[in-house]
Write a protein that binds this ligand. Structure first.
Ligand SMILES: Cc1ncc(COP(=O)(O)O)c(C=O)c1O
Length: 400
């Protein structure tokens, strides 16, 4: 990549063998519901240590399937951290549940024991599930959240879109399922592995996995029948065409084309995670070197240093008021220098749609994170010099 090439905040890394894997599917027999989907599910079981995984058409679909598989609906409340992507909360709403926003730590954007408990208290009862989001790839303290959830009969769905390839403080891979009911990953191109689109949910619970498989395929059952008369012929043999509707549901299937790309990418997961960690370490080194120049006006969102972080995002926290330049100015100035940045995220409790529904919620941690956060370029295809270029550009902006 030449010096002047534009650096987006995130980008997929597609190599010749990834392209080959897709071409093989295109010239094969199955474009959907074929062996490539099964291979992807097996790759996720292997990478996470989870006994079951269910591939689907997007991370959002994975969240919807998770909430529906748990039976969440009318009368249930679901605690979602305010700093996350729209889908974490939208899908709970679409499942029929009420969303209660939790605050986050202002420096890491992670839901904590305290902010979870505060949200339960604010909900005033009927909290059926919580959705910890491993922001930037850093793991929420799942032991602490798990203990509270267990004591209160609350189910757990991890939104691990940012955390594929990570490990918790006890060295268990994200998605293993020891502290949660379900863990959802996205295969969107900026994520650790790309499928174009796609999602995978892992779980230790075979019944939840089976229910999600039915729900992702129109609610169609081919293995269990309620109506034996229709299901079987006069001689008692199963009618080969027969299927039954378990309940009206969705087409959330993943195509074999997407699955083949994602499976090929999964073979590189370790390399991608290691490279992301190297780039993050280079950012850390340069920020430490320039600490006296930055003088607290900009710093990296701190590492919790628990387990192994699969750095999906590298967020810097800017004191824009002290610097005397607002975020839009800084983003535009960096863009002019060929550096893309992004904001993760506009907290959901500030979204007009949610404000209209839930009223104003006071979540100072989420507001403080939002006031300062800016995601810097981080993806495996970056060179070390690209990190230097980003930090040099920030230095020039912050200094003058
Ligand atoms: C935290 C989080 N949750 C949910 C999603 C939704 O995933 P998808 O875009 O694959 O539907 C994303 C991805 O954008 C995400 O980053």
């Amino acid at each position: 990549m030449p010096d002047e090439a534009f650096l987006p905040y995130g980008r997929h890394t597609i190599e010749a063998d990834d392209i080959g894997a897709v071409v093989d599917v295109l010239s094969g027999e199955y474009l959907t519901t074929g062996p490539a989907v099964e291979a992807l599910e097996a790759a996720f079981c292997e990478a996470t240590g989870a006994p079951h995984s269910v591939a689907c058409s997007s991370g959002a679909a994975g969240l919807h399937l998770s909430y529906l598989a748990l039976g969440l609906g009318r009368g249930d409340k679901v605690v979602v951290p305010s700093v996350t992507f729209l889908a974490t909360a939208s899908m709970a709403h679409l499942a029929g549940a009420e969303v209660i926003f939790a605050d986050v730590d202002p420096d890491t954007a992670l839901m904590t024991e305290d902010t979870f408990e505060a949200a339960i208290w604010r909900a005033g009862g009927n909290v059926a599930a919580v959705v910890p989001v491993h922001m930037c790839g850093q793991m929420v303290d799942m032991d602490a959240i798990g203990l509270i959830a267990q004591n209160s009969g609350i189910r757990i769905v991890e939104d691990a879109c940012h955390a594929l390839g990570g490990r918790d403080a006890k060295d268990c891979p994200t998605g293993q399922g020891s502290t949660s009911d379900l863990t959802m990953f996205s295969l969107h191109p900026v994520k650790t592995v790309a499928g174009g689109e796609g999602g995978v949910v892992t779980t230790a619970d075979p019944d939840l996995a089976a229910r999600m498989r039915t729900l992702r395929n129109h609610g169609m059952m081919r293995d269990r029948f309620l109506d034996a008369t229709q299901a079987t012929a006069a001689d008692g043999a199963e009618n080969p065409w027969y299927y039954e509707l378990a309940e009206p549901a969705f087409n959330y299937r993943l195509s074999d084309i997407h699955a083949a790309l994602a499976t090929s990418q999964m073979s590189k997961l370790e390399r991608f995670v290691v490279r992301r960690a190297e780039l993050r370490a280079r950012y850390e080194g340069l920020f430490a070197e320039r600490a006296s120049v930055f003088n607290g006006r900009v710093r990296l969102a701190p590492s919790t240093a628990k387990g192994r972080t699969s750095w999906h995002l590298c967020v810097a926290l800017f004191e824009f008021e002290v610097i005397g330049k607002d975020r839009a100015y800084v983003m535009r100035a960096l863009r002019e220098l060929g550096i893309g940045t992004q904001v993760h995220y506009l907290p959901l409790h500030r979204q007009p749609w949610w404000r209209q529904r839930n009223g104003n919620t006071y979540l100072p941690g989420a507001d403080s994170w939002y006031a300062r956060c800016l995601s810097l370029p981080l993806f495996p295809g970056m060179r070390d010099e690209d990190v230097d270029r980003v930090v040099d550009a920030i230095t020039a902006l912050v200094r003058f």
